[in-house]
Design a protein around this ligand. Structure first.
Ligand SMILES: [Cu+2]
Length: 139
């Protein structure tokens, strides 16, 4: 009878493992001296419906979610309140599209440097989770 309990306990433990976001190919564009902003890019795949709602990084004063689009023939950058991460779908943050933006850089970001950031994601239960990401700076 003891053994019958085991599958039940495993099933109860599963929700703790769910609601995760896989992060692939995270990188940040290296900056020139004195540059105040930098863009960050990555692929995000959530295993449940989630929403990226913001984040922070020690390399900048402010961290925002952005997207780029054509406005009157000019590429413009706009802030987004949140980015949906539908279950099982890979959402690409890439140059010319969705990205994270480091604003008010505290120093130059050099190629090869590791740029830490914490993403804030919200699940359908309304709870926010922190996601630590280490991105590599590239030219
Ligand atoms: Cu931007």
């Amino acid at each position: 009878m003891q053994h019958a309990l085991l599958p039940l306990l495993l099933a109860l433990a599963l929700p703790a493992l769910a609601d995760t976001v896989k992060v692939d190919n995270a990188w940040v564009r290296a900056t020139a001296p004195g540059q105040q902003i930098a863009g960050g890019f990555m692929n995000l795949t959530a295993d449940a419906d989630m929403v990226l709602v913001g984040g922070s990084s020690p390399v900048s004063k402010t961290f925002e979610l952005h997207f780029m689009r054509m406005e009157n023939g000019v590429m413009a950058m706009r802030q987004m309140k949140e980015i949906a991460l539908p279950r099982g779908k890979t959402v690409s943050l890439e140059p010319g599209g969705l990205h994270v933006m480091f604003i008010g850089l505290k120093g130059q970001i050099r190629p090869g440097q590791k740029v830490p950031m914490t993403l804030l994601v919200r699940g359908v239960d309304g709870r926010e989770r922190k996601l630590a990401v280490a991105a590599e700076a590239r030219r």
